[in-house]
Each structure stands twice: as C-alpha cells, then as structure tokens.
Ligand binder design. Structure first.
Ligand SMILES: O=P(O)(O)OC[C@H]1O[C@H](O)[C@H](O)[C@@H](O)[C@@H]1O
Length: 529
C-alpha cells in the first residue's frame, strides 16, 4: 500500500470516542475486508455470549460460576437485587472506611493516624492495585502504599525495613479471594511477626479482602481485625480491580474511584455495541485474531509511551494469558490457545529489545499506547522548538512506521491523558476484548486449571523436605542422596532431594554436607546438631 492508501485505511478503521477522548487504530494490522466479512458470524455469537454473560449466565462452566465484573461499575446490570445490594453496600462501606482512615476516625491504637499501607496479595490480588497505584496515586497521597506480592524473604525484609519506624501507623491489607494462597499467607505471617516484635497488636492494624467464609475471613474475625471486605465468587482475580480488591487500596491513596468506575462503565457501553466497527473491544479482538490466525501465533508486545502506565503491560499479561492460555476448548478439544504478552514502556524499550522486533523473528504484533497530554504545565525546549514530549511522540510514530515498513504490524491506542476515568476505560476495554476473543476461539476465559499443577507439586516438595529432615535427624551416620531417597520412600526423587539439601545448606538450616556439589552422587549428608 502506498502512503495515500495507508492514510485512507487509517481513516476507514479509525475508532474515536469524543467523550472519552479515546482513539483506537488497527489500520496497521494487515487483515483484508474479506477476513472481516468471514468473521461476522463468529462476532455475532461473541456479542450474544457477552450479553448472556452480563445477564448472569454461568459463563464459567467449569467452576459453575457467573462472571460479574461488568456489574461492579453498573450495579443496575446485576441479575438480582441481592447481588446489586452486595455491590452498592460494599462500595459505600469501602468509601466510608477510606474517609474514616483519612480523617483519623479509624486510627491505630498507638497513633493518631495511619500513614502507610502494606498490601499483601499476589496475582489478581496485586497486579491491579499495583498498576492503578503507579498510574494514578498523587505524590502527596494521604497514605503511601507498599506491596508484598511474593514469598521472597528478602523482598519481604526490604518492605518491612522501609516501614520499621512507621509500623505502628501502618495499615495492612491482606488480599486473597481464596484466602488460602500460600505466598500471601506467608507474607501475612511474617508481617504479623514484625508487629508482634514491636509489641503491636496486628489485628488492630489489619483488614482482609477475601471470599465469604474463607480461611482468611475466619482468621480476621477471630483475631478481631479492623474490618473485612468481600470478594465475590463471581469476580475473578484478574478482573477484580473494580471490586474491593482494587478500590480499597485506591481509595486509601486518595484516587478518585468513582471516576475509575465511571470510565469503565462508559467503555462498557461502547463495547456492548453489536456492530464491529463501532465497538472498540471487538476491533481489538479482531486485530488479535487476524495477527495470530486465532491460534495465538503472534505475541502481543504492549508499549505504553508513558512511565505511569508501564505496569499496564504486566497487568495485561495476567489478564490475557491466564484468561486465554487454555489447553481445552469449551467442547473438550485440545487446542493449546493463548496469546503471549510482554512489554514495559516506550521509548525505553527501544533501547532494549526493539532491535529484534524490527529485524528479528517476526512473531509478534505491537500495541502502542499513546497519551496526548505530556505533563501539567509548560515544557522546556530541549532543542529549538522541540520538547521532551515531542521526542516521545516522535519516537512512537517512528517506531510504528519502522516496524510497519518491515512487515511488523501494530495497534495504536491513544488517550488524552492518564486519569482515573481513562484508566477505568482501558481496563474495561481489555476485559471485554479478552471476553470476545475467548468466544471467537471457543474457550472458557474465566478459569485457570493449569495454575493448580505447580501449586500441588510445590506442596509435595515441602512434604518431601519434612521427610528428609526427619530421616537426617534420626540417622547417626552420613548418607548419600540416593540413600536418603530410599529412606524417605522416594527413590525417584533424588534430584528434588539434592535441591532441597542445597537450599537448606545455603540457609544454615542444620544439614552438614561433605563433597563436591558438582558431583551430587559423591555427597555425604548428615544432620549438624
Ligand atoms: O486472590 P487469591 O485467591 O489469593 O489468588 C491469587 C492468584 O492466584 C492464583 O494462583 C490464580 O491463578 C490467580 O488468578 C489469582 O489471582
């Protein structure tokens, strides 16, 4: 296509909503009009699936659950009065809670006010709050938010060390839908011990956000925590930003949560339309389908050209990959679906891996996210007539062009500025695009059966570790790895035992080891005490 044809294609496919000041450009994705025609029946089915989902269908059949994240920003859509009341009551309760924390009405036992928040959670119970905090928290936020999103001891220490002198005025949010995720539980126990070490009552500083009746809820109630907020079973972790999971941390930081919800609701209205060209989520899912032949053959590289949106790529990684990465389709066929997502931000990534995007293996499509407003106030010139923001804008256009010239496709999303409303709209856009794409490829986007395998394997490694320690403590003489494996009745687990021993030894946990780590079969292991 020559430049005038491309300009025409740009105008033909440009989606613009003046109210949100939102643009979507899929003109640089190489699909034909015929492809769009052929996709029409699948899209009509996808629109119907989405309408059914919003009306309360069991859209997550494996878990026998409704899928209700769209109701969170429009409670009138909830399929019955009880669910609607659940949503509005929770919203009211969390707003009141945040206001009372800000005013000092709710305060820690030994201080007049809370100054900081530690949010403990992982996956969907962390990525949304992290993204929204980075995108929207004001520099003078009423409370500073810190995250523990792993069971890495050093990571936990680093967070606690920063808060050592302010623990007495730090609020703890423990966020877990299931209330039983080990990483989150470990973070909670370690933080609790840090409070106890300072003679602080943990419960008077703690709030749980969790599913009804979960183990975490029981702990919170029995220990008299400040309060709990519900996480409903019809909201998945990766679509929970607009439930208490995302809204409590955001409200505590003084972020305008009503505008986030309103932006999402507005985007939901736009993406409910059943005309492909008037529905930006449909256009997005069409472009994904075209890029990867509906089989995820191309990775999605997400490049927001705005530092405050850099965690959007990580947030989308879970939303897209956990939703679409499925072995089976809804009819039980083996399909190995998914779209790989990675990215960080532009123009930074141009100095890292864009070399490969431009010239290397052509296994991706890019998504540029452009923000029109550079900053509050005027910009200094870095060259005659040119600002830093002009550079950022020029680098985005340049990279898009350079990729396209070399047969690398891209989507461009443009927003006026990063506000609570646009962030809400962006989240809603991708949630709907993922839902539509899932329908197009006939998979359940709302379960994650594959995640369990790693969790089960980890549990059996910990059980093996306990058995190994028990055997070593009973033995008088040193043993080889295979002797230990025999004694714990796990002759096939020598490699796992080697790694357990190596980790215990590295952390001075009581094992004595003689020999060369490079020759595992020569090692002699005993209990040191
Ligand atoms: O909120 P939680 O129950 O603690 O779950 C946290 C995360 O862990 C799981 O393994 C799931 O794969 C995620 O979808 C979920 O968001």
């Amino acid at each position: 296509m020559d430049q005038s044809q491309l300009w025409q294609r740009y105008q033909d496919w440009l989606y613009y909503d003046p109210d949100l000041n939102f643009y979507l450009d899929i003109s640089r994705m190489r699909f034909s009009d015929q492809f769009v025609q052929e996709m029409q029946p699948q899209f009509q089915k996808a629109f119907q699936d989405m309408a059914d989902l919003e009306a309360g269908a069991i859209a997550n059949p494996d878990e026998n659950r409704m899928v209700g994240h769209y109701w969170l920003r429009n409670p009138d859509l909830a399929p019955n009065a009880e669910l609607k009341a659940d949503i509005t009551d929770t919203l009211e309760k969390l707003k009141t809670f945040a206001a009372q924390v800000h005013s000092g009405y709710i305060h820690p036992p030994k201080e007049a006010r809370f100054t900081d928040v530690i949010s403990i959670g992982i996956g969907g119970s962390a990525l949304g709050p992290q993204f929204v905090s980075q995108a929207l928290a004001p520099l003078d936020a009423p409370l500073n938010l810190h995250f523990i999103d792993n069971t890495d001891p050093k990571g936990i220490d680093d967070q606690l060390e920063q808060l050592r002198d302010r623990l007495s005025s730090t609020l703890v949010l423990v966020i877990s839908k299931s209330g039983g995720t080990p990483e989150t539980r470990n973070g909670m126990i370690e933080v609790q011990k840090a409070y106890e070490a300072q003679n602080l009552n943990f419960g008077s500083h703690a709030v749980a956000i969790t599913g009804k009746g979960s183990k975490l809820e029981q702990i919170a109630i029995s220990e008299g925590w400040i309060t709990t907020f519900p996480m409903h079973d019809w909201v998945g972790g990766r679509t929970s930003e607009m439930s208490a999971v995302g809204l409590v941390p955001a409200a505590l930081q003084g972020i305008d949560i009503d505008s986030i919800l309103e932006g999402a609701k507005t985007m939901d209205n736009l993406t409910r339309k059943s005309q492909l060209k008037t529905n930006p989520a449909a256009l997005l899912s069409l472009a994904w389908y075209a890029a990867g032949n509906g089989k995820g053959e191309k990775d999605m590289v997400v490049l927001p050209y705005k530092d405050s949106l850099s965690l959007f790529s990580r947030y989308l990684q879970q939303l897209v990959m956990e939703s679409l990465g499925k072995e089976k389709d809804l009819d039980g066929n083996t399909v190995y679906q998914g779209i790989a997502v990675y990215g960080n931000k532009g123009s930074t990534d141009q100095h890292a891996y864009v070399q490969q995007l431009r010239e290397g293996v052509p296994n991706f499509f890019a998504t540029f996210i452009e923000v029109l407003k550079d900053r509050d106030g005027d910009s200094p010139e870095v060259e005659a007539g040119v600002t830093s923001g002009d550079y950022l804008s020029g680098l985005l256009q340049g990279t898009r062009l350079a990729l396209y010239e070399n047969e690398r496709d891209s989507i461009t999303i443009t927003v006026g500025e990063v506000t609570p409303r646009t962030v809400g709209a962006l989240i809603a856009l991708y949630e709907r695009a993922v839902g539509l794409y899932a329908s197009l490829v006939n998979i359940n986007a709302y379960h994650q059966p594959g995640v369990e395998a790693g969790k089960k394997a980890a549990a059996s490694i910990l059980e093996l570790q306990n058995n190994v320690i028990e055997v070593l403590q009973q033995e008088k003489t040193s043993l080889s790895l295979s002797e230990i494996a025999q004694k714990v009745n796990a002759p096939d687990s020598v490699e796992a035992i080697y790694k357990i021993i190596r980790h215990l030894h590295s952390n001075y946990r009581g094992v004595k080891v003689e020999g060369n780590w490079g020759k595992p079969s020569d090692l002699k292991i005993s209990w040191a005490n």
